[in-house]
Ligand binder design. Structure first.
Ligand code: AMP
Length: 218
């Protein structure tokens, strides 16, 4: 990996992006910046941002571009991201966000946008079984055999279903992805930074494909 690499991971929700980003961030020791995790933390803490975002998130909508751009601009300016680079997960999600990111990162542009590609039918199945640690964001797949309460293997936090993983909210998110986020593939292709990685298969195999794609950026 290029030292200080700045990477964007794109893909449908449920493509395994979050889990893979956590692994990549540990592997390369770079910050994992997840806008979804930041918003969920704001909701838990009851901040102004959390109050604004909660309803939109629960319904599977998109939080406004201006709010999101402000959140990301502030985060990318922190010393860890500035010096070590970052793995950006869940942002940008619209062309307007991508254009703003170009401006924010004009001095240090992103090195690559990786599209973790998983077809819609597969993510629908995954999302209904998805459970998440509310403290550290580790993802799990429910099989029906879980202990109750279910505690996270990584941090001991409560593992639960996300409020926005109802079938209606999932459908809405996937529709919004096609409309608003998938045009980003063309956007990053035209800038010569898009790499598509097949996200179907065992998570260890997908992780290996991601590492290979990132290593080939050298
Ligand atoms: P995620 O954990 O990335 O699936 O994000 C959870 C929810 O947070 C999304 O369904 C959106 O409601 C909201 N969200 C996260 N990132 C963004 C973004 N870049 N733009 C708009 N809304 C976002």
């Amino acid at each position: 990996m290029i030292p200080g690499a700045r990477l964007i991971i794109l893909g449908r929700q449920g493509a395994g992006k979050g889990t893979q980003c956590v692994r990549l961030s540990r592997h390369y020791v770079v910050p994992h910046i997840s806008t979804g995790d930041m918003l969920r933390a704001a909701v838990r803490e009851g901040t102004e941002l959390g109050l604004q975002a909660k309803k939109v998130m629960d319904e599977g909508g998109l939080v406004g571009d201006d709010i999101m751009i402000g959140v990301v601009e502030e985060r990318l300016a922190k010393p860890d991201a500035d010096s070590r680079g970052y793995i950006l997960d869940g942002f940008p999600r619209t062309v307007a966000q991508a254009q703003a990111l170009d401006e924010i990162t004009v001095a240090k542009p992103v090195n690559a946008a990786i599209d973790l590609d998983v077809p819609r039918e597969i993510v629908l199945d995954r999302l209904s079984a998805r459970r998440v640690c509310r403290d550290c964001g580790t993802n799990y797949t429910a099989t029906g055999d879980e202990p109750s309460p279910w505690n996270c293997d990584v941090c001991g936090g409560d593992v639960e279903q996300r409020a926005d993983d109802t079938p209606e909210a999932v459908d809405r998110r996937l529709d919004l992805y096609e409309e608003q986020t998938s045009p980003l593939k063309e956007y990053f292709t035209s800038r010569g930074v898009l790499t598509v990685v097949n996200g179907v298969g065992h998570p260890d195999h997908v992780f290996k494909r991601l590492i290979d794609a990132i290593e080939s950026l050298r």
